[in-house]
Design a binder for this molecule. Sequence first.
Ligand code: SF4
Length: 439
Amino acid sequence: MTDPRPLAAGRGCRDTPVLKQRGQREVFCGLTGIIWLHRKMQDAFFLVVGSRTCAHLLQSAAGVMIFAEPRFATAVLEEKDLAGLADANAELDREVGRLLARRPDIRRLFLVGSCPSEVIKLDLQRAAERLNRQHAPHVAVLNWSGSGIETTFTEGEDACLAAMVPGLPSASGRSLIVAGALPDVVEDQMQRLLAGLGVGPVGLLPARRADGAPPVGPGTVVALAQPFLGETLAALERRGARALLAPFPFGEEGTTAWLAAIAGAFGVSAERFDAVTAAPRARARRAVAAAAGPLAGRTVFFFPDSQLEVPLARFLTRECGMRAVEVGTPYLHRGILGPDLELLAPGPVISEGQDVDLQLDRARAARPDLTVCGLGLANPMEAEGLATKWAIELVFTPVHFYDQAGDLAGLFARPLRRGGLLGGLAGGVMGGAPAGAAP
Ligand code: SF4
């Protein structure tokens, strides 16, 4: 079996001291996860118990609603609720009753907490238990919090998946669970690769439909498809499952290492592994080489946002020829990110958490060729002449596995290419009349 190319330096950034700062942070809250989760889980409904601000966030992030029947909504807490003058629980029960009577297609209902529901200490866990008793078995009512008081936006998915784990059926034999919401087309590609390797049964968390919930037990191994699922992994381990830690499946190398870890756990032969992966690996390498031209030799600076920063830095430095200046991440889970840290060459600052002003000072001093950051920082940084990439785009776009490796490199190359084009245009205009223009 082909292992990822090891680093000459040994443990890479695994033991690098981490710069930890706490101050003002610039991130979206966990409600953002509803945008991709509601597309993935076709019989689920997400009822945010929050304020008009929460409703605005969801509406603007979701864009134009294309479903005849939406799969999320906000139960707005009015002033009388916030002041404790109304029984919010009674109102919630009434709203849920109306919703489920009108929408028999809903099989999973998530009550999603927010900053306002936490501030007034509305106990959504008890509410979910009460409503579950009323509406089971047709509907499972669960709760999780997307509050932005102490979270970053990908923690919403972690909280949602972790909430589902206690209700998963029990498994007796050997099985694999892949945890992390992936676009359907990417999930299908992954399933084909795993089937080719002869790995199975394969369960997906989240499942597209309630009746596809994956069984879990002591014979289950868990491969995370996203690095921000620490709570979900811990919940699966409490059910007896074993974690399979590996680099994340971004780029050719990450995908091969991720599949190799699964193949190792399921006793797949080296010959079969190579036979299944050789062609897509070669395709992925060619696609990355074709897309990564503008990235070679350039520097990249990650602000903490999506929690994908460490595996993406590994991909950009090892497969695209970039040099990382700083790799900031909201939380550094050394167990989950260890294999990627090990493949990241020493050199960049590894930082956890954020004091945004201090971090902006470091970015301005470093003048990286590309800055990966949240939406709120991107425009001001562009105004200062720094090319940026929105971190949130990496969660909305298909970027996993072999067939997306070239697109992933292309996502990072685009801002640099655009900067080059604009620079050329400015040079043409400012440097004199363009060729062919009248004197
Ligand atoms: S949960 Fe909190 S941070 Fe998120 S939109 Fe609502 S009020 Fe804002």
